[in-house]
Design a protein around this ligand. Structure first.
Ligand code: KIV
Ligand code: ZN
Length: 388
């Protein structure tokens, strides 16, 4: 096993997530969410696909100007126009990354692209080289990698590294793989790709069989050191690997995986809630980590065990992922300072005027309702500036 390695968290909520039905966001909403991701501590924010529309390009530009900690990535096909649009979008980024991709599987080569292996290889090399003219940090993705011949994956990954790619992403585009299979593939690539020691191998799993998190963890066991994921697992069809689940699996089982992330786990629930508020897409009650029931104990036997020792039925404390210990937080006797403090924990920094407005609304609500919950406070705070 390796030493306790750092795994890069690449969040694609604003690209792969945002392109799925029910999850589209306006440019100001995307900016607001990018700030929340930066606070959460993600390493890379994939902010969009600038060639898709001028609105997307402008949205990415606003994020690139604003975010100072995370790298900002943008997606491009191996087309000159796409790559040039990425360069324009990232002009003011503190840490820009251009992410180029091309389909590599026989099915996609024949039916989607109408290209031979040799032609796909050539386009990949030209794409990476062009992206390198604009950015040092270039990522290459072999779309539908998990249904690609292994010798071709080795060849194209080696060529992408030689052309200047720093990250080689191996997407399970259609959520087809299994944990044992993807682990073996990463081991094979790390052993056979030329220049592998100069690149970070990345996993990007879709959830069509409900295996995206398990497959991403298995890829880490096989040597992946970047995981592409989304908050609440939003994404094409059944979604992408859920960031909060992946991060907490690494956190709770750190001794098993010998790997960790830079995520501030106490921000997981507030970030999940913010995304639901922005998109209107609620998470299921029993969703791991961020669902309403994730830490609820209903049965008498469980409650009895919990009263004796929390560890009997709790593998992590709700506070460590951002739930307040008790869901009831404030009542009609609570003051402005307590409200401000709780809102800060939930991720809201309100100026005096907005705080006063929220405090007034809170007092009115507390008169009607005995218990004011986090969700109520979030609704009041989000409503205070009319956004999102
Ligand atoms: O699922 C996929 O293959 C992708 C690539 C564009 C990275 O989203
Ligand atoms: Zn994807």
């Amino acid at each position: 096993m390796h030493a306790d390695d750092r795994v890069t968290i690449f969040d694609t909520s604003l690209r792969d997530g945002e392109q799925s039905p029910g999850c589209s966001m306006t440019a100001p909403q995307k900016l607001r969410f990018a700030r929340a991701l930066d606070e959460l501590g993600v390493d890379v924010i994939e902010a969009g696909f600038p060639a898709s529309s001028s609105a997307d390009l402008e949205g990415v530009q606003a994020i690139a100007r604003d975010v100072r900690n995370a790298s900002i990535a943008t997606l491009a096909r191996c087309h000159d126009g796409d790559i040039d649009a990425c360069a324009r979008a990232l002009e003011h980024a503190h840490k820009p990354r251009i992410h180029v991709f091309i389909s590599t599987s026989p099915l996609h080569r024949e039916h989607k692209l109408g290209l031979s292996r040799e032609q796909v290889l050539e386009r990949a090399i030209l794409g990476v080289e062009r992206a390198r003219r604009y950015a040092d940090d270039v990522e290459f993705s072999a779309e539908d990698a998990l249904r690609t011949e292994h010798d071709f994956l080795v060849e194209i990954s080696s060529a992408a590294i030689a052309a200047g790619a720093r990250t080689i992403n191996i997407p399970d585009t259609v959520g087809y793989t299994t944990p044992a299979e993807i682990r073996a593939l990463f081991e094979h690539l790390r052993a056979n790709v030329r220049g592998a020691e100069r690149a970070v191998f990345s996993t990007h799993c879709h959830n069509d069989l409900g295996l995206a998190v398990a497959n991403s963890l298995a890829a880490i066991e096989g040597g992946a050191r970047q995981v592409e994921c989304t908050i609440n697992g939003i994404g094409e069809r059944a979604g992408n690997c859920a960031l909060e689940e992946l991060v907490m699996a690494l956190n709770v089982r750190r001794g098993y995986y010998n790997a960790h992330t830079g995520i501030d786990t106490r921000r997981l629930v507030p970030t999940s809630r913010l995304l639901s508020h922005i998109t209107g897409m609620a998470v299921q009650r029993n969703k791991a980590i961020v669902g309403q029931n994730a830490f609820a104990h209903e049965s008498g036997i469980h409650q009895h065990g919990m009263l004796k020792h929390r560890g009997t039925y709790e593998i992590m404390h709700p506070e460590t992922v951002g739930w307040s210990q008790s869901q009831m937080v404030l009542g009609r006797h609570s003051g402005r300072a307590a409200l401000k403090d709780r809102l800060q924990t939930l991720g809201f920094e309100l100026d005096e005027t907005r705080l006063n407005a929220v405090f007034g609304a809170f007092k009115a609500l507390a008169e009607k309702k005995r218990e004011v919950f986090d969700a109520d406070l979030e609704a009041l705070a989000l409503g205070s500036d009319g956004a999102p």
